[in-house]
Design a protein around this ligand. Structure first.
Ligand code: OXD
Ligand code: MN
Length: 583
């Protein structure tokens, strides 16, 4: 399929290491994918669902010990330990190649190696990058064909260039004790062994599009971020774009596909991406974004017509479900789906299940892999090779008391500080108790492929190079009242906050200056039809000095982690915040 000598040499080396019985190139054709589906069904790896109700849909169950990303077994193998930084596991490249190389030795004997060339980003886009994944799993092939653009298009785009990410995956025995997800940023290489779970084996996603790409972005002057991208259309038909970062499990997919409440008729959200954004400075001095992925690998439980009707519509065809309940009518179900709870089914472990079983039928991290083009609100611009121009960057967290509903950073440097201090709390909603604060700068803590202190510096430097930078905001949908109840309705009503954000970017909305940034006054947000008591609105927009003083102390403690690599600007921002709170 290719004359690229660098590809062929690497492939031969990996074949010599893993010793597969056969090698099959994935060309991206539907005919080949269909043959592989049939093979995978015959192997018992996937199950064909009811093709009338769910055309093109399949179900897969992982091993019981292999259901999520494994951060403690994920390593950044940079030459120098300091380049991985204090928040990543590190192993020296020579040691990692030797240790994990032993696990790959003969790992594909008796199996077939699939060669999956793929593009991250629209075909032919100057933003796009090529990778090749070698895997012995058809499940990986079928998922990659949804999540990325696979096959000949990638080989053509690569030509004879050396700029591709070399990804190697083998299932082996799915042995937890020997599971390794290794990244070699200086070699453009990813090795994953002993897992079959998406987040660990679809190497295009977190491994390439975030960990390796963030390192590439630092060296090449762009950003790879854990952000959704959406377009917000107003009743005049103008569309403005927002990219937003939230820690895992804060509703990114829901926000990316939001449907506004009836009262905001005429506004519409268009989805560009739900998880990852690659951001570059355009010739016009604005920041432009693409979604490098072609599909959604979303969490199934909780997805319903209330929380995300667009996601539910997306997964009605050409979708692979992983670890959900198989119903007796050969369709699927998960906790939190609408309609009746099935009286009987087969749970994600393959056991008979009824509502009385006392255990969830779908694994809490069960997933759907669905093509983005099937989403009813997919933006007409989602495959624009130039990307879309970003008006606002939004950071969010799950905070019970600290962060108000929304505020705007003073400028880019302050916005970087706001992103660097992002955090989520585990909330004991019933008692209203505030849980443990987990800092997750820019939602990138598990995904930054280099030293996070250097990452902050890269963000600050980017700001100096963007003449027409997006404004930066922070949101918190999760504020709790005295009784531990959410004060903000969230979901579609988040549109009210997005509207204020866009209006601020357009210079159309008012705000008040506070110690932490610009906050809307109650009258600046459209609350029509919400029936929120005035005290609740006031409480949602409060900046409590005592709470923030404690927050500053906690931020100070966190930043000690990066000593030696923390940009002076970040400490300056912290001191300024402290001074403003004291005023
Ligand atoms: C994801 C995550 O799966 O962030 O997207 O964990
Ligand atoms: Mn994510």
């Amino acid at each position: 399929m290719t004359k690229n000598q660098l590809v062929m040499t690497w492939l031969e080396e990996m074949m010599a290491l893993t010793k597969p019985d056969n090698v099959v190139w994935i060309d991206g054709s539907e005919a080949q994918l269909e043959l592989l589906r049939q093979q995978s069904i015959a192997d018992g790896e996937i199950l064909k669902l009811d093709q009338e109700k769910l055309p093109g849909c399949y179900l897969h169950n992982t091993a019981h010990n292999d259901v999520a990303r494994v951060e403690h077994r994920t390593f950044i193998c940079s030459k120098h330990k300091k380049d991985a930084g204090p928040t990543n596991n590190w192993m020296a490249p020579a040691q990692a190649y030797e240790k994990v190389g032993k696990l790959f030795d003969g790992a594909m004997t008796g199996r077939t190696m699939y060669v999956i060339p793929f593009i991250m980003g629209p075909v032919g886009s100057p933003f796009s990058k090529v990778g090749i994944e070698l895997s012995d799993s058809i499940y990986v092939v079928l998922n990659m064909a949804i999540m990325t653009r696979v096959g000949q298009c990638a080989i053509d785009q690569l030509g004879d260039s050396s700029d591709f990410v070399k990804c190697l995956h083998a299932r082996k025995e799915i042995d937890e004790e020997n599971r390794y997800i290794m990244h070699f940023p200086e070699d453009n290489t990813i090795w994953s062994v002993n897992s079959g779970y998406g987040g660990n084996v679809l190497l295009s996603k977190k491994c390439f599009a975030l960990r390796i790409a963030s390192f590439q972005g630092k060296n090449e002057g762009w950003l790879a971020e854990h952000m959704l991208i959406l377009g917000l259309e107003n009743p005049q038909g103008e569309v403005k774009y927002i990219a937003a970062a939230f820690p895992s499990a804060c509703g990114k997919t829901n926000l990316a596909m939001l449907i506004p409440p009836e009262i905001l008729k005429g506004y519409k959200v268009w989805t560009i991406g739900d998880d990852i954004a690659w951001l570059r400075i355009g010739e016009d001095g604005r920041l432009w974004a693409i979604n490098p992925e072609a599909g959604f690998f979303g969490v199934a439980p909780g997805t319903s017509t209330k929380t995300n009707p667009n996601a539910l519509a997306t997964v009605q065809s050409d979708t692979i479900f992983t670890n959900v309940v198989l119903k007796d009518d050969n369709t699927v179900w998960w906790e939190g789906m609408d309609g009746e709870v099935p009286a009987h089914g087969i749970d994600w472990k393959g056991n008979e299940w009824t509502p009385a079983s006392g255990t969830p039928g779908a694994h809490p991290n069960s997933r759907f892999t669905a093509p983005a083009k099937k989403c009813p609100c997919i933006s007409p611009e989602w495959e624009n090779p130039q990307g879309v121009p970003i008006s606002a960057l939004v950071f969010g967290g799950r905070r019970a008391k600290t962060a108000p509903l929304v505020y705007q950073a003073y400028d880019w440097a302050h916005g970087v500080f706001v992103g660097a201090t992002m955090a989520s709390e585990t909330t004991a909603a019933a008692s209203g108790a505030v849980g443990v604060v987990r800092r997750d700068p820019m939602a990138m803590l598990p995904f930054c492929g280099y030293h996070m202190g250097d990452y902050f510096a890269h963000w600050l430097e980017m700001g100096e190079n963007i003449p027409n930078a997006p404004k930066i905001f922070h949101v918190n949908w999760f504020r709790l009242d005295q009784n531990g109840k959410f004060m903000w309705p969230g979901f579609g009503d988040n549109m009210r906050v997005l509207n204020w954000i866009i209006d601020r970017c357009d210079g159309k909305a008012d705000a008040q200056e506070t110690a932490i940034g610009y906050l809307p006054k109650a009258v600046d947000l459209n609350m029509e039809g919400l029936n929120l008591p005035a005290e609740t609105v006031a409480e949602l927009l409060i900046v409590d000095k005592a709470v923030w003083t404690a927050e500053v102390a906690s931020q100070k403690e966190f930043f000690k982690t990066f000593e030696g690599h923390l940009p002076a600007e970040i400490l300056k921002q912290l001191e300024s915040l402290e001074a403003r709170l004291d005023k």
